[in-house]
Design a protein around this ligand. Structure first.
Ligand code: HEM
Length: 520
């Protein structure tokens, strides 16, 4: 069943009208290579092609259905813009093994100058010097194990704040929006780790930032469509959705300019090279820097870090917790593991993670069955041959990671939440990476995988260790929607915490200890 809302209908009508106007411009057949055909194309609607599938609120499922019927390697089209759709582990494997460099750019900027997925950021940077420079900075100054160890104190403080907030709700018998609490946790932690400050909850600053990030998510599908149709529309001088995209970008610009000025004022010898922002500002001022970055590069980088790093982890936390609550046997096993490893006299801390294999398996399974980014999008830079078909240059590639991770040929009982599968897997890491794609794959795969597993694992551990959870109606409604950037819940998870352990109520952060045997 395909769901299309009114706004999408309007876009559909508008685009159909435009398509009639520009029929001749759009209607050039993609180039074929002699001797090879394009991959098969399933039936499509006149003129708009498969656009209706893209506008559906369950695009990933519509595309999964299509591939179940017509095959794992397809050629679909939006008007006349071709897209290669991949839906099985074996084709994804061939792409990352034999065509990784060729698909290591996205070319998906809707509006160049936008700070949200424009051309200044890392997400749309072509595979080249700028991307390598930024990737190295993220890897060494944010995500390297030694750097993560240095920022562990920040995460411990924020986790304790998360716990205290839940405890407060438990005391008042209040319902908790898991996504709201997790957003505060991840957002503050990421801000403090990367720019040495968090946005204040008291003066509404944090809420404004979350609002802007939310507006960016809501624009995702429009940005994707505008990027896909960019070339033909450029000829007609139609900048699709420019006003909306730039309105969000301008407000983010204002906010980040303020933060940069604040940071520049503090950038003395003592402060230098302290956080990511300091490192980027130093590179911006350094005439001899490996790559000469601009202020816009810095701003776009932080926008993408928050837009890409926050909601993905938040949605994973929410989905995984929902699965745990719907599967009492998983909850029981997980709690038993946490109680036996962490005990009842101190709060979980992230250094416990390596000793909690079942918790790790639960998080992995949450990501498998509900990947926040179900579609991985790239562009073939050059024409190439794949599985006996020809792919023309500059063709958009969509890997349906959702379909790959629910492919019955690769996963037993693919639609069931079974964390145990990750404990008994016979494949080695390399083989698993071929069919496990919540973080994409190849050199453009997500660099934040480890950090996000710390975020999600820690939030889940605290929720399971310290609270029982009451759900209205007894069971969580797992209906999905993919309206924005990430796969999220139609009915966000709301539940009432009941304190299970009278833990460390007013103790300072990181000094958790309490008499044993304080189970309520
Ligand atoms: C559960 C959490 C997360 C999920 C599921 C996720 C998923 C993804 C996916 C699917 C991609 C595209 C990969 C591809 O094209 O192959 C991506 C890219 C990216 N992610 Fe994440 N992500 C998560 C958390 C994070 C975090 C915490 C950060 C930052 C610290 C981050 C930073 C990035 C960046 C910078 C890119 C672009 C990489 C590039 O273009 O080279 N992500 N992520």
């Amino acid at each position: 069943m395909i769901f299309v809302d009114f706004q999408n209908c309007f876009i559909l009508i508008l685009l159909s009208f435009l398509s009639l106007l520009s029929y001749s411009l759009f209607f050039k057949k993609p180039k074929k290579s002699p001797g090879y055909d394009l991959p098969p194309s399933p039936p499509s609607l006149p003129i708009i092609g498969h656009l209706h599938l893209l506008l559906s609120s369950l695009t990933h499922k519509s595309l999964q259905k299509l591939s179940t019927k017509y095959g794992p390697l397809l050629h679909i089209r939006i008007f006349n813009v071709p897209i290669i759709l991949v839906s099985s582990a074996s084709v994804a494997y061939e792409i990352f093994k034999s065509h990784d460099v060729n698909v290591s750019s996205r070319d998906l900027a809707a509006i160049d100058e936008s700070l949200v997925f424009g051309t200044y950021g890392i997400v749309n940077a072509p595979y080249g010097d700028y991307w390598k420079f930024m990737k190295k900075i993220i890897a060494t100054k944010l995500l390297r194990p030694q750097t993560l160890e240095r920022s562990r104190g920040i995460r411990a403080e924020e986790l304790h704040r998360f716990y205290s907030s839940l405890l407060e709700k438990a005391r008042n018998n209040e319902s908790v929006g898991i996504s709201k609490e997790a957003t505060k946790l991840v957002n503050s932690t990421l801000c403090r780790m990367s720019m040495g400050r968090s946005f204040s909850e008291d003066n509404g600053e944090a809420e404004r930032v979350r609002g802007l990030v939310g507006e960016s998510y809501a624009l995702t599908k429009k940005m994707f469509l505008a990027a896909l149709l960019r070339r033909p529309l450029k000829i007609l001088r139609i900048p699709l959705f420019k006003k909306e995209i730039m309105s969000v970008s301008d407000r983010l610009d204002e906010l980040l300019e303020r933060i940069i000025v604040e940071h520049t004022e503090k950038l003395d010898e003592k402060h230098r090279d302290k956080d990511l922002m300091d490192v980027l500002l130093a590179a911006y001022r350094d005439e001899e820097a490996e790559y000469k970055i601009t202020r816009n590069h810095i701003k776009a980088f932080f926008v993408e870090l928050f837009v890409g790093g926050t909601d993905t982890s938040v949605q994973t936390t929410q989905w995984t917790m929902a699965e745990i609550l719907n599967n009492p046997n998983v909850l029981g096993k997980l709690r038993e593991e946490i109680d036996s490893v962490v005990g009842r006299s101190r709060l979980f801390q992230e250094t416990d993670l390596p000793n909690l294999p079942y918790l790790q398996a639960v998080v992995k399974e949450g990501l498998r069955i509900h990947p926040p980014g179900p579609l991985v999008v790239r562009t073939f830079q050059e024409g190439c041959e794949m599985k006996g078909y020809y792919i023309p240059e500059k063709t958009t590639l969509v890997i349906n990671a959702y379909a790959v991770m629910r492919d019955p040929d690769s996963w037993e009982d693919p639609d069931e939440f079974k964390p145990e599968r990750f404990l008994s897997l016979k494949e080695d890491e390399k083989e698993l990476a071929l069919k496990y794609l919540p973080f994409g794959g190849g050199r453009r795969g997500c660099p934040g995988g480890n950090l996000s597993q710390i975020f999600v694992g820690s939030a889940i551990a605290v929720m399971v260790q310290c609270f029982e959870w009451k759900i209205e109606g007894g069971e969580v409604n797992m209906e999905e929607t993919f309206e924005g950037m990430n796969l999220s819940m139609v009915h966000p998870l709301m539940c009432v915490p009941v304190a299970r352990l009278k833990l460390f109520l007013l103790l300072p952060v990181c000094k958790f200890s309490a008499p044993d045997d304080i189970l309520l």
